[in-house]
Design a protein around this ligand. Sequence first.
Ligand code: SAM
Length: 163
Amino acid sequence: MDIPNEKAHRFGGDWTSAKLKVLAAYLESYTTALKDKPSASRPFVKGYIDAFAGTGYRETRPGKCLDLSLFPDLADTEPQGLLDGSARLALKTEPRFDKYVFIEQDSSRCAALRGLKDEFQDLAPDMVIQQGEANQEIREICRKNWSGRRAVLFLDPYGMQVE
Ligand SMILES: C[S@@+](CC[C@H](N)C(=O)[O-])C[C@H]1O[C@@H](n2cnc3c(N)ncnc32)[C@H](O)[C@@H]1O
Protein backbone atom coordinates (compact mmCIF):
# COMPACT_ATOMS: atom_id res chain seq x y z
CA MET A 1 0.00 0.00 0.00
CA ASP A 2 1.33 3.44 -0.91
CA ILE A 3 1.05 5.48 2.28
CA PRO A 4 0.96 9.27 1.99
CA ASN A 5 3.80 10.75 4.08
CA GLU A 6 1.70 13.21 6.00
CA LYS A 7 -0.59 10.47 7.31
CA ALA A 8 1.91 7.69 7.92
CA HIS A 9 2.78 7.51 11.61
CA ARG A 10 4.60 4.35 12.62
CA PHE A 11 4.54 3.62 16.32
CA GLY A 12 3.90 0.81 18.81
CA GLY A 13 3.28 -2.84 18.03
CA ASP A 14 0.63 -5.42 18.82
CA TRP A 15 0.15 -3.82 22.22
CA THR A 16 -0.87 -0.66 20.36
CA SER A 17 -3.64 -2.58 18.59
CA ALA A 18 -4.79 -3.95 21.95
CA LYS A 19 -4.71 -0.50 23.52
CA LEU A 20 -6.69 1.09 20.69
CA LYS A 21 -9.30 -1.66 20.77
CA VAL A 22 -9.81 -1.02 24.46
CA LEU A 23 -10.00 2.72 23.76
CA ALA A 24 -12.66 2.30 21.05
CA ALA A 25 -14.77 0.07 23.30
CA TYR A 26 -14.39 2.48 26.20
CA LEU A 27 -15.41 5.52 24.14
CA GLU A 28 -18.55 3.81 22.90
CA SER A 29 -19.46 2.76 26.45
CA TYR A 30 -18.78 6.27 27.70
CA THR A 31 -21.03 8.12 25.25
CA THR A 32 -23.70 5.44 25.65
CA ALA A 33 -23.64 5.68 29.45
CA LEU A 34 -23.77 9.49 29.38
CA LYS A 35 -26.51 9.72 26.76
CA ASP A 36 -29.33 11.86 28.20
CA LYS A 37 -27.39 12.29 31.46
CA PRO A 38 -27.90 13.98 33.81
CA SER A 39 -31.26 14.65 32.10
CA ALA A 40 -32.61 14.32 28.56
CA SER A 41 -33.51 18.00 28.49
CA ARG A 42 -30.04 19.19 29.63
CA PRO A 43 -27.49 16.51 28.89
CA PHE A 44 -23.77 17.02 29.53
CA VAL A 45 -21.71 18.37 26.65
CA LYS A 46 -19.51 15.36 26.03
CA GLY A 47 -15.97 15.91 24.81
CA TYR A 48 -13.08 13.80 23.64
CA ILE A 49 -9.65 15.31 24.30
CA ASP A 50 -6.64 13.63 22.74
CA ALA A 51 -3.54 15.31 24.15
CA PHE A 52 -0.97 13.39 22.05
CA ALA A 53 -3.15 12.99 18.98
CA GLY A 54 -0.71 11.94 16.23
CA THR A 55 -2.12 12.04 12.69
CA GLY A 56 -5.36 10.09 13.08
CA TYR A 57 -3.73 7.11 11.40
CA ARG A 58 -1.17 4.57 12.34
CA GLU A 59 0.98 2.48 10.12
CA THR A 60 1.32 -1.17 11.06
CA ARG A 61 4.58 -3.06 11.12
CA PRO A 62 4.77 -6.53 9.63
CA GLY A 63 6.23 -9.47 11.52
CA LYS A 64 5.70 -8.28 15.08
CA CYS A 65 4.39 -10.90 17.45
CA LEU A 66 3.27 -10.42 21.02
CA ASP A 67 1.72 -13.24 23.04
CA LEU A 68 -1.89 -12.13 23.50
CA SER A 69 -3.11 -15.60 24.56
CA LEU A 70 -4.53 -14.10 27.77
CA PHE A 71 -6.66 -11.77 25.65
CA PRO A 72 -7.73 -13.93 22.66
CA ASP A 73 -10.31 -11.40 21.50
CA LEU A 74 -7.49 -8.87 21.02
CA ALA A 75 -5.18 -11.23 19.20
CA ASP A 76 -6.67 -11.31 15.71
CA THR A 77 -4.23 -10.57 12.95
CA GLU A 78 -4.40 -7.29 11.11
CA PRO A 79 -3.43 -6.49 7.54
CA GLN A 80 -0.43 -4.25 6.98
CA GLY A 81 -1.20 -0.67 6.05
CA LEU A 82 -2.93 2.36 7.49
CA LEU A 83 -5.18 1.71 10.46
CA ASP A 84 -7.21 4.06 12.60
CA GLY A 85 -5.33 5.92 15.28
CA SER A 86 -7.02 7.29 18.39
CA ALA A 87 -8.36 10.45 16.74
CA ARG A 88 -10.19 8.57 13.99
CA LEU A 89 -11.53 6.04 16.48
CA ALA A 90 -12.99 8.90 18.52
CA LEU A 91 -14.57 10.44 15.42
CA LYS A 92 -16.16 7.10 14.55
CA THR A 93 -17.62 6.59 18.04
CA GLU A 94 -21.39 6.20 18.22
CA PRO A 95 -23.19 7.82 19.96
CA ARG A 96 -20.97 10.68 18.92
CA PHE A 97 -19.19 13.17 21.16
CA ASP A 98 -20.29 16.80 21.06
CA LYS A 99 -16.76 18.16 20.84
CA TYR A 100 -13.34 16.83 19.77
CA VAL A 101 -10.08 18.46 20.86
CA PHE A 102 -6.90 17.16 19.25
CA ILE A 103 -3.64 18.43 20.74
CA GLU A 104 -0.41 17.75 18.89
CA GLN A 105 2.90 19.60 18.90
CA ASP A 106 4.12 18.53 15.47
CA SER A 107 2.91 20.86 12.70
CA SER A 108 2.76 18.25 9.93
CA ARG A 109 0.72 15.93 12.17
CA CYS A 110 -1.62 18.82 12.91
CA ALA A 111 -2.05 19.27 9.16
CA ALA A 112 -3.01 15.61 8.85
CA LEU A 113 -5.50 16.06 11.71
CA ARG A 114 -7.03 19.05 9.95
CA GLY A 115 -7.44 16.78 6.91
CA LEU A 116 -9.87 14.69 8.96
CA LYS A 117 -12.36 17.56 8.68
CA ASP A 118 -12.83 16.68 5.00
CA GLU A 119 -13.57 13.09 5.80
CA PHE A 120 -15.82 13.74 8.81
CA GLN A 121 -17.59 16.81 7.44
CA ASP A 122 -20.59 16.61 9.74
CA LEU A 123 -18.27 16.61 12.77
CA ALA A 124 -15.88 19.27 11.41
CA PRO A 125 -17.58 22.24 13.18
CA ASP A 126 -17.02 20.46 16.49
CA MET A 127 -13.36 19.58 15.91
CA VAL A 128 -10.56 21.71 17.36
CA ILE A 129 -6.97 20.99 16.34
CA GLN A 130 -4.66 22.65 18.81
CA GLN A 131 -0.98 22.77 17.93
CA GLY A 132 0.83 22.97 21.25
CA GLU A 133 2.50 21.31 24.18
CA ALA A 134 0.15 18.81 25.80
CA ASN A 135 0.85 19.65 29.45
CA GLN A 136 0.28 23.36 28.91
CA GLU A 137 -2.87 22.79 26.86
CA ILE A 138 -4.32 20.41 29.46
CA ARG A 139 -3.75 22.94 32.25
CA GLU A 140 -5.58 25.53 30.14
CA ILE A 141 -8.48 23.15 29.53
CA CYS A 142 -8.72 22.31 33.24
CA ARG A 143 -9.20 26.00 34.04
CA LYS A 144 -12.49 26.06 32.09
CA ASN A 145 -15.90 25.76 33.72
CA TRP A 146 -16.69 22.05 33.67
CA SER A 147 -20.15 22.10 35.21
CA GLY A 148 -22.36 20.76 32.45
CA ARG A 149 -19.39 19.29 30.57
CA ARG A 150 -17.72 15.93 30.76
CA ALA A 151 -14.82 14.56 28.74
CA VAL A 152 -12.54 11.64 28.12
CA LEU A 153 -8.91 12.77 28.21
CA PHE A 154 -6.70 10.28 26.38
CA LEU A 155 -2.97 10.51 27.12
CA ASP A 156 -0.85 8.48 24.74
CA PRO A 157 2.70 9.87 24.76
CA TYR A 158 5.73 8.04 23.39
CA GLY A 159 7.40 8.16 26.80
CA MET A 160 7.33 10.15 30.02
CA GLN A 161 6.04 13.44 28.58
CA VAL A 162 3.03 13.70 30.88
CA GLU A 163 3.71 16.04 33.79
C1 SAM B 1 2.26 7.64 20.47
S1 SAM B 1 1.94 9.01 19.44
C2 SAM B 1 0.19 9.20 19.60
C3 SAM B 1 -0.57 8.24 18.75
C4 SAM B 1 -2.06 8.46 18.74
N1 SAM B 1 -2.63 8.37 20.08
C5 SAM B 1 -2.75 7.45 17.82
O1 SAM B 1 -3.32 6.47 18.32
O2 SAM B 1 -2.71 7.68 16.59
C6 SAM B 1 2.47 10.40 20.39
C7 SAM B 1 2.25 11.75 19.74
O3 SAM B 1 2.46 12.77 20.70
C8 SAM B 1 3.13 13.86 20.09
N2 SAM B 1 3.82 14.54 21.18
C9 SAM B 1 4.97 14.16 21.83
N3 SAM B 1 5.24 14.99 22.84
C10 SAM B 1 4.24 15.91 22.87
C11 SAM B 1 3.94 17.01 23.73
N4 SAM B 1 4.73 17.33 24.76
N5 SAM B 1 2.82 17.74 23.47
C12 SAM B 1 2.01 17.42 22.43
N6 SAM B 1 2.23 16.37 21.59
C13 SAM B 1 3.34 15.63 21.81
C14 SAM B 1 4.02 13.24 19.04
O4 SAM B 1 4.30 14.16 18.01
C15 SAM B 1 3.17 12.06 18.57
O5 SAM B 1 2.41 12.41 17.44
